[in-house]
Design a protein around this ligand. Sequence first.
Ligand code: ASP
Length: 310
Amino acid sequence: MIPVVVVHGGAGHVPRERSEKSMEGVCSAARAGYTILRGGGNSMDAVVETVTQLENNPAFNAGCGSVLTNKGDVEMDAIVMDGKTLGSGAVSAVRNIANPIQLARLVMDKTSHVYLTAEGASQFARSMGIPEVPPESLVTEYSRMRWKKNLRPDANPVECQMGKMGTVGAVAVDSEGNIACATSTGGILNKMEGRVGDTPCIGSGGYADNNVGAVSTTGHGEAIMKVTLARLILFHMEQGKSAEAASDLALDYMKSRVGGLGGVVTVDPQGHWAARFSSLQMIWAAAQNDTLHYGLYTGEHFTQSIDDPH
Ligand code: ASP
């Protein structure tokens, strides 16, 4: 088995002045995940490390850098799924922690549940010794500026629905053939307090099954949930479609059926992978065979050696 990790940094539109930093962030997170896989590590460790790095990077809408609710607060959603056992862990509307993806993993590893929300998730985080961080430490100047802009009566509803930078996620296959996915987000701009998007919902924000493959999604959560985008892609793969064709079919369906745009990273058990999107852009990177692949616009695909200085 040839290990692979595929990472996205959100579907939508990345302002030019932020694209270089975001691309660097996704590429370095892909390298970190790949280093784990190359060293014989497992796919769950690889996707959690990859997503943790992106949560810690203020250029992304996850962890520090998350978009704000209509009240100006950060509420975050995250999911992990293990393709060997179909075990999953998710949290939603969590506040005051740096890495929701690690809390989601603890839900999977340390409880008999799949999904914890809001105050209950925070209590569980405390019981696991996860440090609370001050709410302001998750808020960037950029997210506050966009929050204020979107409070104005003339705010662009499309921008409210599709962020200008994104959610983060990863899928990976390790040398044993085990598959995993992880997705983490601050949600959508100026969302209602308590709004839960697709990201923590199993089959929407992500899904992993060693028998079929794995998907991590990004885009307009309300649309993604209506078509259970991640599971829909795996359904098409079960019917014999490639990772790429299945991703395109499901994204086209979401666009025509419910008018939703988004993006996905997908792998199959043989390590074939795809990074596909119907939004204007999606920052993505993949690492396999000591090669780093990356791109931003449709049809864009650059490569370099994984060990090249960057
Ligand atoms: N899917 C996320 C949500 O709706 C947002 C995104 O991917 O940008 O919460």
